[in-house]
Structures are given as C-alpha cells and as structure tokens.
Design a protein around this ligand. Structure first.
Ligand code: ADP
Ligand code: MG
Length: 374
C-alpha cells in the first residue's frame, strides 16, 4: 500500500500540490487524471523520490520513503514515460536488460526474462531483440518500455502518460495489454493521463486532480455517477455515463415497490388487486418478503375456477436479476426471451424491485435524448 499523508509542494511562491492525502491499495490500477499543470506528474514522481515534497510524507507498506535507501526504493518501482526513454544506441534487448544487469541479476536469468517479457507485451523476441528503438513504431517502443519496467519485478509501476503520443488504435491495444498484464502480475500500477476515457477503461480507482488538489478519489463508477462537484462533472462530461452503459445498474432503474400479494389469496382477489393497482401482473411474496412466483392477468383469465389460490396458478419467473447487475445483461435477457417483467431479488431471494420493459425503454430513450441535446 502507498499512502500520501498531507503532501504539499511549493516552488518559490507557487503552491503546486496542496494537502494531498491518498491510500493506494495493492493490486490496483490507480489513474491520476486532470488538466495539464494540475500536479499529476509532481505527485507520482514523489513516489520514487524524483521530486521531494515540501511537507508531508509518503509511506510504502507503512515505511516512510524519505528514510529508505533510494536505490532499494527505486529497485522496487518501474517507471514508464511518454517517449519511453529508451536508449537510442542500444538494441531492444539491451534496453530491456540494462536495469536488470545493473542490479546484477544472473545473465541466463536476464535473457530468459527478457524473452518472457517481450512475449508478455506482444513483441516477438526473435524479430525485435536486436533492432534499435528507431526501427520500431511508437506503440512497439512503448511495449519495450513496459517490458523494461517489469524486468526487475517491481511491486509498483509508475506510468506517466505512457500512451499519450500513440494513435487511437495502438493506444487501445496497449490499454488492453496493460489490463492483461495487471491480471497476471497484480502490481500497484500508478497511471497518469489527461484522457478520461482511458482512465475509465483501465482504472480500479481514479484520482481526479485540479489546481494541485485531489478533487475526487473514487472508483470509476462513482466518479461517473456521483461527481462531487461541477469541476468533476465537467471534466467527466455529463453524458459519459451513457457511453458507459455497463455502469447503469438494475437498482438505478428498477421500480422499488412493485405490487405484490401472497400465495394464499384467491386468484379472484388477485385479479381485483391488479385492476385497482392498474397492473397486469403481480409478484408473489411470502411473509418475509421472499419471492415465490409471478402471476399475470392472462394466467388468471385462463382459469375457470376462481377459488383457486394464487399459489396454485403462479409460475416461477423465467429470469431474476440482482440489484447490482448491469442493465446490459438484462437488456439481453429481455430481448432474447421477449420478457415484459424481470423481478429483482437479493442473495436471500428477498424481493427488491422490478424491472419492466417500459423502464428499460425509458432509460434507453433518455440516453437517446441526452445524446441529441447537444
Ligand atoms: N521544477 C519546477 N519549478 C517550478 N514549477 C514547476 C516545476 N515543475 C512543475 N512545476 C509546476 O507545477 C505545476 C504542476 O506540474 P505537473 O505536476 O507537471 O502537472 P501535470 O503533470 O498535471 O501536467 C505546474 O504549474 C508546473 O508549471
Ligand atoms: Mg505531467
């Protein structure tokens, strides 16, 4: 874990960072986002002590880094920057191996790891090992930069706008690659970008900075849904939630208090309730609020004996969903199975709400309206 505690940075009279407090968990990709000059680079460079705070401290696994041996500290931190910082007069292999050699890893081990890592970042060793950086495209060079950062197997990798100079397609491939690498290696990845889409795609946590302050530090979903102020919502773009519909959850659009009845009333009474409440189906629940079944007006109309109980006529719902399911999941179910209603239940089968085709359509048409407004 990395902790920033009351970090300030002042250059002459210019306050560049103002009381930055953060906890960064192991195994997460944390993305620093914000406009140019807001202090992102200054913040992340403090982690490997390339910049010293004016006041405050940074702890890694509880240890104050200012008290650590700087070589040991940096040995545990990989660093990838925008224009890769590859040495132009060294081959790709030499570039990847240099740090490991300086740290006196065994030569066989170094070679094996270089091969492995080039493979990890999607570069053929046989094809590229002996080329020079200038013979590679920008995207390939960034891949080398990532392999180089990984070779000493650090716990932390800092990436400062590593993909900013790449074309959108290459960029997107490298973002995917990074997500794969993280799944495999589970590092702390600190990633800087000024691109919100990039942040949303790769981040476990996003730290939005503005004017040297942390404005919001949260998971991508919360940043999108509950921006703390106008600065964040403007930066995020207020319609972006709609370009990330996977973040719209069932509970955001469900009816919270659907009409229910118990299974022991007669279908005659149930029919009356449907008329009174102006619904064409009712969810059947037990005395603890757990879902028993579903009954529709049509099902009742087919019955000749109106003394039958709801329990005898109701059916099991074809599909149930959880409050935290994405609406994309249910959209698929609803269209594939031609469903009009989907009950929402929790782990204990307790009824939480109801998704109707209408609420889905309304949500989607809202998306459309918002999209055409501007
Ligand atoms: N060495 C320095 N001396 C004075 N001011 C600096 C120095 N380095 C950065 N700054 C200022 O600190 C602010 C934050 O810079 P930086 O962290 O590079 O922002 P970002 O990475 O978010 O674009 C900027 O206003 C920049 O001009
Ligand atoms: Mg920067």
């Amino acid at each position: 874990m990395i902790e920033f505690k009351g970090i300030n940075k002042i250059y002459k009279n210019n306050i560049v960072l103002h009381d930055v407090n953060l906890k960064i968990d192991d195994g997460t990709i944390t993305v620093f986002v914000g406009p140019s000059g807001c202090g992102k680079t200054t913040t992340v460079k403090m982690i490997n002590r390339l910049i010293k705070p004016t006041s405050g401290k940074i702890l890694i696994n509880g240890e104050d880094i200012s008290k650590k041996n700087i070589i040991k500290l940096r040995r545990n931190i990989g660093y990838v920057i925008q224009n890769t910082g590859l040495f132009p007069h060294m081959t790709i292999k030499e570039n990847i191996e240099i740090v490991a050699k300086m740290q006196k890893m065994k030569p066989e081990e170094i070679e094996e790891r270089a091969r492995e890592l080039m493979d990890t970042v999607g570069l053929s060793y046989d094809k590229f090992a002996n080329r020079y950086p200038a013979q590679l495209s920008g995207g390939q060079q960034q891949r080398v930069g990532i392999a180089r950062a990984l070779i000493i197997n650090p716990d932390i990798i800092i990436m400062d706008e590593p993909f900013s100079a790449l074309d959108p397609v290459t960029r997107s491939q490298l973002q995917d690659e990074l997500i794969n690498i993280q799944t495999q290696f589970k590092k702390i990845i600190i990633f800087v970008t000024h691109d919100m889409d990039e942040a949303i795609k790769i981040a476990d946590k996003i730290c939005i900075m503005g004017g040297g302050k942390v404005i919001q530090y949260d998971d991508p979903e919360n940043i999108l849904k509950n921006p703390v102020n106008d600065f964040v919502s403007e930066f995020v773009g207020k319609n972006r939630i709609w370009s990330s519909p996977e973040y719209i959850k069932v509970e955001d659009i469900m009816i919270d208090d659907p009409v229910t009845c118990s299974s022991n009333i007669s279908i005659f009474k149930c029919m009356k309730k449907m008329r009174d409440e102006r619904v064409d189906m009712i969810l059947v629940t037990d005395k603890n609020g757990k879902l028993d079944g579903i009954i529709t007006g049509k099902m009742i109309q087919k019955e000749e004996n109106h003394h039958k109980t709801v329990g005898e006529v109701m059916i099991n719902p074809k599909i149930v969903v959880r409050p935290d399911n994405s609406i994309l999941d249910i959209l698929k179910h609803v269209t594939e199975n031609d469903l009009a209603n989907v009950p929402v239940i929790d782990e204990d089968r307790k009824l939480r709400g109801l998704i109707t085709r209408t609420s889905l359509v309304t949500t989607l048409s809202e998306q459309f309206d918002i999209g055409t407004e501007e």
